[in-house]
Ligand binder design. Structure first.
Ligand code: ADP
Length: 219
């Protein structure tokens, strides 16, 4: 784990150092584009540190949930709305396809929307312009199933069993461009399991992916 962390920190740090040295030596001018790149590298570092902190709390069993009876329809609509303009800017249609009524669930709303945002962000990242991302929910036996489906690039069958592992990325070379360290789904799995739910994925390369997670219905 420490070796993985060191590896993840190295690239943004050496990029930051490289830029700063070049500015110092007068090779690069501190123009808006350069400053934007510096800012992007610093953002990557801070996202990584936030994710690591979250993961270490989860692995130590110290994630405290503030569970209350909730109506997920409002929560799902609000969470989708948060990412709507970002998706639209990429030419992706993001929408919620929800029934009029769903049973109440006993959840930590902040954590569940964190899981959902992570799945939506991944779907938008891995779907080309013109694609569609749909968030849906339905009642299954004694739980509620929430799904995020995209019409994106999909995930090869051999990678599917590993995507919830920490630091796992499907396309290693592209990972830097998409900014992730392969921690998002590991954290999402912890959060869902802390609610006694399950998270799963089905995917077909070239067609798209469907991530689902469940939370037990409130008694
Ligand atoms: P990251 O923070 O790098 O996105 P995640 O843990 O969220 O890491 O995801 C792990 C890997 O699973 C990603 O690097 C990506 O290759 C793949 N992945 C996740 N969601 C999708 C999706 N909706 N479509 C295609 N690939 C996906």
């Amino acid at each position: 784990m420490i070796a993985d962390v060191a590896h993840e920190l190295r690239t943004p740090l050496s990029n930051l150092k490289g830029y700063l040295e070049a500015i110092h030596d007068g090779v690069v001018k501190p123009e808006p584009d350069t400053l934007r790149s510096l800012d992007e590298e610093a953002n990557l570092l801070s996202r990584l540190v936030d994710d690591l902190q979250e993961l270490s709390l989860a692995e130590a069993g110290e994630l405290r949930l503030d569970c209350r009876k909730r109506d997920t329809i409002k929560l799902l609509k609000q969470t989708v709305a948060v990412r709507q303009s970002q998706a639209a800017a990429k030419g992706i249609s993001l929408s919620a396809d929800l029934p009029k009524k769903l049973p109440l669930v006993n959840i930590d709303a902040y954590r569940i929307s964190q899981v959902l945002l992570n799945l939506i962000d991944n779907a938008v990242t891995h779907t080309p312009p013109g694609g569609v991302v749909t968030v849906a929910a339905r009642k299954l036996d004694n739980c509620l199933e929430i799904s995020v489906e995209d019409t994106g690039e999909g995930i090869p069958a051999e990678d599917l069993p590993n995507v919830f592992e920490r630091f796992y990325r499907v396309d290693k070379s592209r990972a830097r461009a998409t900014g992730g360290a392969g921690l998002g789904l590991a954290i999402a799995k912890y959060l869902v399991e802390a609610h006694n739910g399950e998270i799963n994925v089905q995917s077909e390369p070239g067609k798209g992916s469907r991530f689902t997670f469940t939370v037990p219905v409130s008694k």
